[in-house]
Design a protein around this ligand. Structure first.
Ligand SMILES: NC(=O)c1ccc[n+]([C@@H]2O[C@H](COP(=O)([O-])OP(=O)(O)OC[C@H]3O[C@@H](n4cnc5c(N)ncnc54)[C@H](O)[C@@H]3O)[C@@H](O)[C@H]2O)c1
Length: 246
């Protein structure tokens, strides 16, 4: 399968280019705004795109992929509502895999969080804490949002209506259903997420620590191979891993 890597000069892009060959994928376009990279791809020269770039780059590229009928794996996070609409529009024509996290561990953790939130119920306050390296541009992370939404689903509440991003000033007492998400930045941390369930008598913490970007890159490359030949639609990594079947 001939592919284009979007954001090829970045931390994830370099890892994707390095690992693609081992997965039987040929990188024919390394696309980035950085010097020495390709500006785009020509129609007909690639069979799929993997995008770990910047939110503003997504709409144009995914629309082009949709016009050409080739699958798109989207790892880029921090999309605006308009940018997300262009992704949803493209998914009417082509298979789009979109996930804020392509690792096996986080996708399993989503199920554990949903289950814990459901079992523990309203007596346990839910807080999500994430930490990433100092260069990360968006906050909170796409993964933190996925985990917070899974917790809300398990609790049976609407995340949008109960979400809180950090606290300062005088926010007042916590409500039973609020789900606060906190973003820490520093050093070279690849990605760490903790979901806390804090009760009066005990606290449960579910933690995931990525040791290497390889976990995301391999997942994304496998997602692109999986997407080849699939019908148009929106998929996520839990579809790719078969975690929705059980
Ligand atoms: N879903 C996941 O599993 C996962 C994992 C890690 C990172 N990410 C996300 O992937 C994205 C990239 O992360 P990173 O750590 O590699 O960032 P990075 O800043 O190291 O790399 C981004 C690259 O995109 C390039 N770029 C910017 N605008 C562009 C444009 N218009 N066209 C083409 N290239 C452009 C930049 O020059 C840079 O080389 C971020 O949104 C990050 O949150 C997702």
């Amino acid at each position: 399968m001939r592919i284009a890597v979007l954001g090829a000069a970045g931390r994830m892009g370099r890892m994707l280019c390095a690992l693609a060959g081992g997965e039987g994928l040929e990188v024919v376009r390394k696309i980035d705004i950085a010097e020495g990279c390709d500006a785009g791809w020509q129609t007909g020269e690639i069979d799929g795109v993997v995008d770990f770039s910047f939110h503003a780059a997504v709409a144009g590229n995914i629309s082009k992929a949709a016009a050409e009928g080739i699958p798109y794996v989207l790892g880029t996070t921090g999309l605006s509502p308009d940018e997300q609409r262009s992704v949803d529009e493209a998914a009417k024509k082509i298979p789009v895999v979109q996930s804020g996290n392509y690792s096996l561990g986080v996708n399993l953790l989503l199920d554990l969080v949903r289950k814990a939130a459901k079992s523990l119920g309203a007596g346990y306050d839910i807080e999500v804490v994430e930490m990433h390296h100092r260069h990360k541009k968006d906050a909170p992370s796409g993964t933190a949002l996925m985990l917070a939404k899974a917790a809300a689903e398990g609790r049976g509440i609407d995340f949008g209506a109960n979400a809180l991003y950090g606290r300062s000033g005088e926010p007042g007492e916590r409500t039973a259903d609020e789900i606060a998400v906190h973003a820490l930045r520093g050093g070279a941390v690849v990605g760490e997420h903790t979901v806390m369930f804090a009760g009066e008598l005990e606290r449960i913490e579910l933690v995931h620590k990525a040791q290497s970007r390889e976990a995301f890159a391999l997942g994304a490359l496998r997602a692109l191979k999986w997407a080849k030949g699939k019908a148009g639609g929106k998929y996520d990594m839990r579809d790719v891993l078969g975690l929705k079947e059980g």
